[in-house]
Write a protein that binds this ligand. Structure first.
Ligand SMILES: Nc1ncnc2c1ncn2[C@@H]1O[C@H](COP(=O)(O)OP(=O)(O)OP(=O)(O)O)[C@@H](O)[C@H]1O
Ligand SMILES: [Mg+2]
Length: 603
């Protein structure tokens, strides 16, 4: 009973932050966890054995109490006492070894299974189509990966063992109690539920309040987080005092909830002690009368009291664990949902993609899943020869970036097809198709590693020389060298330690290094100054010689060097041709070009 305290679920901040995670109605989802436990069946058996062994030892302790009182204290000499104490010592050592083994094995299982679950969920989600993460907030997924797996870790690592152990001791102690004294047992069997019922009701109220209190604290945390993230805006508008007041209000609210929880807890503790002591006293009284009248020995009464305490504790623990089981079932259900997700972009193709061949968009029709009635591309038809450089121009929202998204198969067309060398992209394995493409996205994405890591991200085992060559071409080498740690400089989360134009050049170097057959540049030089852009243009001209390149750009200077310019509007190709031709016949292009020249000429 004292040892059960090692197994009490640890106070877990991850669970606390989001308040009470919803409970499942049934425990059925827990069955699916068996798949994760099965590989460790050997340890499970060992843990089970240790558990039964410890519970058995604990029950035998009651007999130790009996002989201690009857033969030890009441005996003629110390030999009885010696015998009783030795017995209790041996049982104590057995319990210690058993509990140690059980605790290690069971906790190991909990940690192992939750680690396996985390990896399994991540490994599954990393293949999901990108739109999945638009409708499922990454924060929510992350909390499932941490909070829910931690709940299951607690479940396997302690709750289950606690439940089994207490069920065993409950049955064992009950049986031994009845064997020791039937009349007293009946008294106890009625008294225990009567005593525990109000305690349980009180306990539930306390639990509700502590969930509320956790939620209040979570709000305090997220409030502070938001303020610190936007600290520049807060300070620039002189909002410090207002924010202090608002934060103080949140903190006070959390305190009020916490205070009423603490009050309930105090009442619960007092109430529980009073009821338990009352029960004990009446048990001692009626048992004591029996002892005085010779109907039972003092030792039997001692053992009986020992078992009664065991029954009470086991009963209380089991009712606690029930709530844990429900919570864990909820967590398991949500995790299994994540594990069952499959990507909407089927990766079933088997054709090896051809090399150095043409890319064709054949009447492609597409609308984003979140806006099914608003087509982003309609009857989009375009042929791009191998080695050709094509510029996509058009007003914002024309569907230019969408063309890239479909090429990369982040989405599949609703109608029509994209073919490479005559083969539909869907007929090819995703990875071998994507390997042919290097993308510089509209928003350059950097990871929180160093510069070398970020440039080398898409390449297989690149050398320092190769990385530096790519950086040279992207016109990034100079500024990288001025950083204190050069290529080993860390960039902070999402590359916050670089300027917009520097980030863009790193992204460009990454694409250059990956040396892919198709190069997709989405506004890849939009954040560069005119001089750097000119240098990057020169480098790109070389690179574009050898591969098919599609460039999206708003600046005419970028577009003008392309072999062909494709004008897009509202998801369609309006016209295509070289700059001069388009200037004479395409009204939209003239408009775009005119405005562009004006802005470029402005100081
Ligand atoms: N993830 C998305 N979900 C829903 N709609 C989207 C999504 N991305 C783009 N759209 C919509 O699809 C249309 C085409 O967008 P797209 O990003 O292709 O435009 P664009 O030509 O690249 O524009 P810009 O020059 O501003 O980058 C727009 O109407 C846009 O609002
Ligand atoms: Mg775009």
């Amino acid at each position: 009973m004292t040892e059960s305290s090692i197994d009490t679920p640890p106070h877990n901040p991850a669970t606390d932050r989001s308040g009470e995670p919803p409970r499942a109605k049934s425990l059925a989802p827990l069955k699916q966890l068996l798949g994760f436990l099965w590989p460790h069946k050997g340890r499970m058996i060992a843990a089970g054995t240790a558990l039964v062994f410890t519970a058995g030892a604990q029950l035998t302790l009651g007999y130790g109490v009996k002989i201690l009182i009857d033969e030890g204290f009441a005996g003629a000499d110390a030999s009885g006492l010696y015998k009783a104490v030795t017995f209790i010592l041996v049982i104590g050592i057995a319990m210690a070894i058993g509990a140690m083994t059980r605790f290690y094995l069971v906790s190991w299982l909990g940690e192992r299974v939750s680690a396996d679950l985390r990896s399994a969920v991540f490994n599954n989600l990393v293949h999901m189509q990108p739109s999945y993460f638009e409708s499922n907030h990454s924060g929510e997924i992350m909390s499932r990966l941490t909070t829910d797996t931690t709940l299951l870790q607690t479940l396997i690592g302690s709750s289950v063992s606690l439940a089994v152990r207490n069920a065993l001791t409950l049955t064992g102690a009950l049986t031994l109690m009845v064997i020791t004294n039937v009349k007293l047992s009946l008294v106890i069997l009625i008294a225990v539920p009567v005593t525990l019922l109000p305690i349980l009701i009180f306990g539930r109220r306390v639990r509700k309040l502590s969930n509320k209190s956790q939620q209040a604290i979570a709000e305090v945390g997220s409030h502070a987080g938001e303020i610190f993230q936007s600290i520049k805006v807060v300070q620039s508008f002189n909002r410090e005092v207002a924010e202090k007041t608002a934060f103080g209000r949140d903190v006070e609210q959390a305190f009020v909830v916490a205070r009423s929880r603490v009050l309930q807890r105090a009442l619960l503790a007092g109430f529980a002690i009073f009821l338990l002591m009352g029960g004990m006293v009446s048990m001692m009284w009626s048992g004591g009368v029996d002892v005085i009248e010779g109907r039972m020995t003092g030792g039997e009464l001692g053992a009986f009291v020992f078992y009664a305490i065991m029954v009470g504790t086991a009963f209380a623990t089991l009712s606690e664990v029930w709530g844990d089981l429900q919570r864990a079932a909820g967590a398991a259900e949500r995790l299994m949902e994540l594990l069952a997700e499959t990507s909407e972009i089927p990766d079933t193709g088997t054709q090896t993609p051809a090399n150095n061949t043409e890319l064709v968009f054949e009447g492609v029709h597409f609308a984003y899943p979140s806006r099914p009635t608003h087509p982003a591309l309609s009857s989009f038809t375009l042929e791009i020869a191998h080695g050709e450089s094509v510029a996509l121009v058009g007003p914002s929202g024309a569907g230019k970036s969408t063309v890239f998204e479909l090429m990369l198969r982040f989405y599949d067309p609703i109608a029509g097809a994209i073919r490479f060398g005559g083969e539909d992209l869907r007929e090819m394995p995703l990875d071998s198709w994507r390997q042919k493409i290097a993308l510089v996205p509209q928003q350059p994405t950097l990871f929180s590693g160093d510069i070398f890591y970020n440039i080398a991200y898409g390449a297989n085992e690149p050398t320092q020389a190769a990385v530096e060559a790519a950086a040279h071409m992207a016109h990034a080498h100079e500024f990288i060298q001025t950083l204190p740690e050069g290529y080993q400089s860390h960039l902070g989360a999402q590359g916050v330690r670089l300027s917009g134009g520097q980030r863009q050049r790193i992204a460009l170097a990454r694409a250059i290094l990956s040396d892919s057959e198709l190069l997709l540049l989405d506004e890849a030089t939009s954040a560069l100054d005119t001089e750097s852009e000119w240098h990057v243009q020169q480098a790109l001209t070389d690179i574009m010689q050898k591969r098919t390149t599609i460039i999206i750009a708003h600046r005419l200077s970028t577009v003008i060097n392309a072999d062909r310019i494709v004008v897009m509007d509202e998801g369609r190709v309006i016209d295509s041709g070289p700059h001069d031709e388009l200037m004479t016949r395409c009204e939209l292009y003239q408009r775009l070009a005119r405005l562009q020249f004006q802005t470029e000429q402005a100081p």
